[in-house]
Design a protein around this ligand. Structure first.
Ligand SMILES: CCCCCCCC/C=C\CCCCCCCC(=O)SCCNC(=O)CCNC(=O)[C@H](O)C(C)(C)COP(=O)(O)OP(=O)(O)OC[C@H]1O[C@@H](n2cnc3c(N)ncnc32)[C@H](O)[C@@H]1OP(=O)(O)O
Length: 232
């Protein structure tokens, strides 16, 4: 698995004219300058196939795109996913609205294939989402395996994608049952279990593409932000 992952990445780096094995990190993009300059940050939809996506990921992506045709499912793009009102709700919680506008979700700060490759599909009627996730070589924890923190990040995002609104994670509970091989594809099935005032109770499981391996199970509590309160 790792070997095929490396092979895929080599071809990407070669395409970009870089020396084999010497990927240029996103650091080269001078993130600080990008964040604070007046240049407009280019909003790209990262939740679409790129050459680093494995066969499994592309296949699942195509299957879910088919499900979107009758409108029961929708693919969540990686940008403009919040309505203007939701963005406004978030902004009231941070000191510098400009920073909020220009900052990038950290999972999208890696070059193609090196970090978090994922796409989320949402079924609004059933209040559930499916996240297809391929964790790249920069997410290694134990050699050859995905770092648990990377998995936790994706679980947080997958659960958050089920909430649809200005919320924050208050509690995340994860049982890591089996290690996830680096560069493999996993499927995160999330659902909203209960809504109690401002509290959203969610759960998810993480499985292999063939559904035979249950990697993790998790529950989360998300709280709808109260516009009257400040987080700082
Ligand atoms: C951000 C999500 C975006 C989703 C957008 C949708 C698009 C989908 C697409 C892509 C998803 C991308 C999403 C990225 C994911 C990133 C998520 C994060 O990393 S979030 C950062 C980590 N979390 C924090 O830093 C929170 C820190 N905590 C707080 O700020 C506050 O504690 C907060 C806002 C969670 C609650 O504070 P209060 O003052 O508004 O509310 P109080 O009154 O304390 O609690 C309300 C009720 O909740 C219970 N509660 C609060 N925290 C609890 C806890 N830890 N355990 C159990 N109950 C708790 C309380 O007991 C209370 O319950 P009673 O109403 O009395 O029944």
């Amino acid at each position: 698995m790792l070997r095929s992952c490396t092979a895929g990445l080599r071809s990407i780096w070669a395409l970009r004219g870089r020396r084999e094995g010497a990927p240029r990190l996103s650091m080269d993009l001078q993130p600080a300058r990008r964040l604070f300059s007046t240049e407009k940050v280019i909003h790209k939809d990262w939740a679409l196939p790129n050459p680093s996506w494995s066969k499994d990921l592309k296949l699942l992506f195509d299957q879910f795109m088919k499900k979107c045709e009758d409108g029961s499912w929708e693919r969540l793009p990686s940008y403009k996913r919040r309505s203007t009102q939701e963005s406004e709700d978030f902004k009231t919680y941070f000191l510098d609205p400009k920073l909020v506008e220009e900052a990038q979700l950290f999972t999208r700060g890696f070059e193609d294939g090196l970090g978090f490759e994922y796409v989320i599909f949402k079924n609004n009627d059933e209040k559930r989402t499916v996240c297809l996730f391929q964790g790249g070589p920069y997410l290694q924890g134990v050699p050859g395996l995905l770092h648990g923190g990377a998995m936790a990040t994706m679980i947080d995002i997958a659960l958050g994608s089920c909430t649809g609104g200005a919320v924050m994670t208050a509690n995340l509970n994860i049982n890591f049952k089996r290690p996830v091989p680096l560069c493999s594809v996993v499927v995160i099935n999330s659902q909203l279990d209960k809504l109690e005032g401002r509290k959203l109770f969610l759960s998810c499981n993480v499985r292999s593409v063939d559904e035979k391996t249950l990697y993790s199970e998790a529950t989360g509590l998300f709280i709808k932000l109260d516009p009257e309160k400040s987080s700082t």
